[in-house]
Write a protein that binds this ligand. Sequence first.
Ligand SMILES: [Zn+2]
Length: 114
Amino acid sequence: MDSRQYKGLQIAIMGGIVEKEPCRWFVPSQTSKQRYFVRTTERGPVCSCLDFELRQKTCKHIWAVTYLDIWSNPEDFPDTDPITLERTKGKAPTKRIKSKSEIDISGVNYGIQS
Ligand SMILES: [Zn+2]
């Protein structure tokens, strides 16, 4: 598990993520009292933090929302291990963040770069 994914898991466990409206969340910072804003777009989820701004890739806040989503809607992710987010059989999961129809964020799971 990549370190951002692991930190996202910690944030999700810690709690405090607020779903402001569908597909929009405030995610607490691990290091300060700040909160970051995660939302889904046509190109996938985006976050207001510096890490995302610099890398344009899944940050720990997006991971945190992803975990929360999978835990609240496990039936939408059949055969997916809720911790590693890897599919337990077959191909890797096509994931989404609370957006059944409109947004495909299947790329999110593959934030583990070498
Ligand atoms: Zn972020």
